[in-house]
Design a protein around this ligand. Structure first.
Ligand code: BES
Ligand code: MN
Ligand code: ZN
Length: 496
């Protein structure tokens, strides 16, 4: 896919399609869009007056061989309400444009900018939207017609004086969105193909290609480190668990001021273990490694974006299976940190694998932590598929993260972490127990992790409600969303 900024006037672009957009209730056209209307003999005003187009998000109308243009077609898209149009909406609009044109085999087009945004920010959002729009979940269909990707996108109407910054923004957008799609491909893999061994292999191939350090710890290594919590989850499975450690070292920075530890939940399939889940919808539990795939994808992007801080990704990966040797409710496990855990429910396995990963990444020198996990069903009850539940122990680190999320258009919501919630996971037998009952279970899961994060600034993202889209949107396929990846990349890249 090629993206470029063109200095040409919209009427002189020799492309398959010129794409423009109008807002809802936009009766009086101004600026460039008015010029387009005038050159085409009032095409846009006529579409609006006949209500063939109302400006509602992602609806569109098009004409072939338009008057006054060298483009073969003109597409007019709806962009929604002008007052609420932001970079997030622009990213979605670009995605909808890409999916619409691609479905008609129109693979080269020019998009005419008309928003008041900074040209670089807008260019990045457009590139991201278009690349993200290319992901689909059907790779195992054998009778698919091969669908070609968009070939060339020209950004027209941008600020020529800012060309270097815009070209850089295009590159950033490409890196970030390709990382996101890389994660979505992994997440979409079924668990018979993507075992812990295979995930480790995919991470190794990526690390080699992007020049990152990687180490894969085996069961024996984890035993030596005393990772009783992580290994307790792996007991029921025939597939060997892996602990993937990826490291990014900034070049030319003597003593990086921060080492950021990124931890991702990598349960390649969650049956619930002995506390078996009901069959209904269990097939979805292949995506219980989304946090893992996301953090591996973040490292892929960081290798190219080269931030100034050191970053270690710690990815514990295993299946959660019932079996003759599986752990049982009531078992007590000793975690690497020394803390003992009473396992009430073997289906609360995510926090077990994460607790040892958090302890180990701290031991390797992490000064700041972010973990990402499909941790609780309850987060969907609280926030649906709209916002990611975010919890932490350090408001300054939290604010840095929330600002980054806002900047890249990912919706988050901070949940409270009052001490009282911690009372729900006190055990009579061990230091803590792995479930706190139904009440506030997204928060009690985070309270469990907080014990292991200790004083280290830490943020926890529960993406169980937002990682899988049940129905396609005009700008995006159903299936894995890759939510959170952009925010983590942005957070790391704004540290010094
Ligand atoms: N992987 C699940 C959480 C989940 C549920 C993710 C639905 C995506 C969709 C997690 O391991 C789990 O089973 N959590 C339990 C915790 C409970 C036993 C305390 C849950 O949320 O029900
Ligand atoms: Mn579970
Ligand atoms: Zn799980």
């Amino acid at each position: 896919m090629k993206f470029d900024l063109t200095p040409k006037k919209f009427s002189e672009l020799q492309v398959e399609a010129l794409v423009v957009y109008v807002f809802e209730k936009e009766t009086e056209l101004k600026g460039t869009i008015r010029d387009v209307d005038r050159v085409t003999g009032g095409l846009i005003t006529s579409l609006l007056s006949t209500k063939e187009l109302t400006g509602k998000p992602f609806e569109y109308a098009y004409a072939r061989n338009p008057e006054g243009l060298q483009a073969k077609r003109i597409f007019v898209f709806g962009a929604g309400k002008k007052e609420t149009f932001d970079l997030g909406q622009l990213r979605k609009l670009a995605g909808a444009i890409a999916r619409t044109l691609r479905s008609k085999s129109i693979l080269n087009f020019a998009l005419l900018k008309r928003s008041a945004f900074d040209s670089a920010g807008a260019a990045q959002a457009v590139v991201e939207g278009i690349i993200l729009a290319h992901f689909d979940i059907d790779r195992y269909k054998t009778d698919n017609e091969p669908k070609n990707p968009i070939q060339t996108v020209l950004l027209a109407g941008g600020d020529q004086a800012r060309k270097p910054a815009i070209l850089q923004a295009i590159e950033r957008g490409r890196i970030v969105a390709e990382a996101q799609n890389f994660a979505r491909e992994l997440i979409n893999e079924p668990s018979n193909k993507l075992t812990p061994t295979h995930l480790a292999e995919r991470a190794s191939v990526m690390a080699r290609e992007f020049d990152l350090r990687i180490e894969i710890l085996e069961r024996e290594d984890m035993e030596k480190l005393g990772m009783g919590a992580l290994l307790s989850v792996a007991r029921g499975s025939e597939e060997p668990p892996k602990l993937i450690v990826l490291t990014y070292d900034p070049q030319g920075v003597e003593h990086p001021s921060k080492t950021i530890g990124l931890v991702g939940k990598g349960i390649t399939f969650d049956t619930g273990g002995i506390s078996l889940k009901p069959p209904e919808g269990m097939e979805k539990m292949k995506y219980d490694m989304s946090g893992a795939a996301s953090m591996i994808a973040v490292m892929r992007a960081l290798a190219l974006l080269k931030p100034k801080v050191k970053v270690i990704a710690m990815v514990p990966t295993t299946e959660n299976m019932p079996g003759g040797r599986a752990q049982k409710p009531g078992d007590v496990q000793t975690s690497m940190s020394g803390k003992t855990i009473e396992v009430i429910n073997t289906d609360a396995e995510g926090r077990l694998v994460l607790s040892d990963a958090i302890a180990y990444v701290k031991k390797l020198g992490a000064t700041h932590l972010i973990d990402m996990a499909t941790l609780t069903g309850a987060v969907s009850i609280a926030l649906g598929d709209v916002r990611v539940g975010v919890m932490g122990n350090h408001q300054k680190w939290m604010n840095a993260f929330l600002r980054a999320a806002e900047e890249c258009g990912e919706k988050m919501w901070q949940l409270p972490m009052d001490e009282e919630y911690g009372d729900l996971i006190k055990s009579k037998i061990a230091d803590l127990k792995n479930t706190g009952g139904r009440y506030a279970s997204t928060i009690t899961a985070a309270k469990f992790l907080e014990v292991f994060a200790g004083d280290t600034p830490w943020i926890h993202l529960d993406i169980a409600g937002t990682e899988w889209l049940e129905e396609a949107k005009p700008y995006c396929s159903e299936g894995p969303t890759g939510i959170g990846i952009r925010s983590v990349i942005q957070t790391v890249c704004t540290q010094r």
